[in-house]
Design a protein around this ligand. Sequence first.
Ligand SMILES: O=P(O)(O)OC[C@H]1O[C@H](O)[C@H](O)[C@@H](O)[C@@H]1O
Length: 522
Amino acid sequence: MTPRPRCDQTAAWAALRRHFDGGARDFDLRQAFAAEAGRFEAFSQQAPHVFADLSKNRIDAATQELLLALARECGVERHRDAMFGGEAVNGTEQRAVLHFLLRNPADVQVQWSSGAIENIADEASEALATREAMLAYAEAVRADDAITDIVNIGIGGSDLGPQMAVLALDEFTTRAKRFHFVSNVDGHELAAVLRQVRPHSTLFLIASKTFATRETMTNAHSARRWFEAGGGQDIARHFAALTTHTAAAQAFGITTCFGFRDWVGGRYSLWSAIGLALAIAIGASGFRALLAGAHAMDEHFRTAPPARNLPLRLGLLDVWYRNFHGFTSRSIAPYHSALRRLPAYLQQLEMESNGKRVDAQGRALPYATSPVVWGEPGTNGQHAFFQMLHQGSDVVPLEFIAVKQAGHELPGHHPQLLANALAQAQAFMQGQADAGGHRHFPGNRPSTFLVLDRLEPASLGALIALYEHRVFVSGSLWGLNSFDQFGVELGKLLAKDLEPRLASGDVAGLDGSTAGLLRRLR
Ligand SMILES: O=P(O)(O)OC[C@H]1O[C@H](O)[C@H](O)[C@@H](O)[C@@H]1O
């Protein structure tokens, strides 16, 4: 990878700084709408399966031009093409980043740049073969009436993706099986699931890229002990492993394994064998539709001109808000209860990817990177923390996700839901100037409004891929390696040291607080 210029040392960054200090800081959405008749049309667009209204954001044509110049100068497109070309864009781990390959239709040839990972054709056909094997297995499980419960054991990317998607696509999920997700090492979680299932009718999916994550291994061993203690014998039938480390799964005693490669990051692994629970839930055709929707967004990101490239526009907006306006967080408000785990999924995607303070070469950066990403479905959030969003001292850009068609037939609910989403976005922008004191709403609070026609496999795939690429864009502008996560290691190491101390009471060498708490917890 040729090094890219540091974003804050480009002419475009300096121009943006002048633009901001010269008035953009005080941009007023209400005035902008009053002045520009075509503002909605200019700042909204249809991308594959996702319509996006960006017009209630603090940007105008000049800001957008300068942001696009920043992307050009920072080499974002070159970086994107390097990823799609199979170069080792995850430099710290010397790995290519090819999760998009998992959603490539079988008949599409991938264009690889020279010097990309070797035997690329083999990688592509292996991914395809695994997809077919896994989908055939998913169909066999769906047809097997003796299996009534699927328990996915995994954490982080091996939990959040399949869990979020199984919930989101509930309308498309087989009613013949129940789906459970166990991630936490807290035994309460596994125990609560085991109380509901029986060994002879349960399939455990042990989902772990590394097959080494302690939480998952502890839960997997406990599940196997429970299975055997309950008279279960046929591990091959009741356990399957989804992992890059099939040898470790076999050593555990699992013979049904679906693999993937280390070029799939954990938080990008829903499309791989890690998606098996979802494939069982919605079937092979549903899973293929999810992949096709994501692939359509890949193609959009790869080929749409910058000014109409949605992931690029959203990633640029994120940098504008974080580094110029200084906003520290972004709230996600899905106005669809089935998307209730989406904020948690996006937290991992964005904060684990871009929550870094050094550039891809390990040099400390002088500017802010990932915002805090958080949220709850609407309308629930309205009755909890929206108070702070409307009248608090911080400005938090909000992201609405609304779905045009309901997936149920209860009269009255959906118009009420959609009216609430529209009203909140309106209220954030307009505020209430004619009231003083406690009833004053400052307004001018920015929001982005995403619309899906229907929440279905293809649109969910496109939505997730949109977020993946947007995170790529902001990470690229910030000069980060968005594909490693060394920040999760230290705590794991320390926990390993403390676990035996909890049993022995040995506090030698510990700081006063940790020693005091350890004594307290014994
Ligand atoms: O899939 P696994 O190897 O078990 O990893 C599960 C998760 O844990 C790690 O610590 C990382 O922070 C995550 O990116 C990963 O998704």
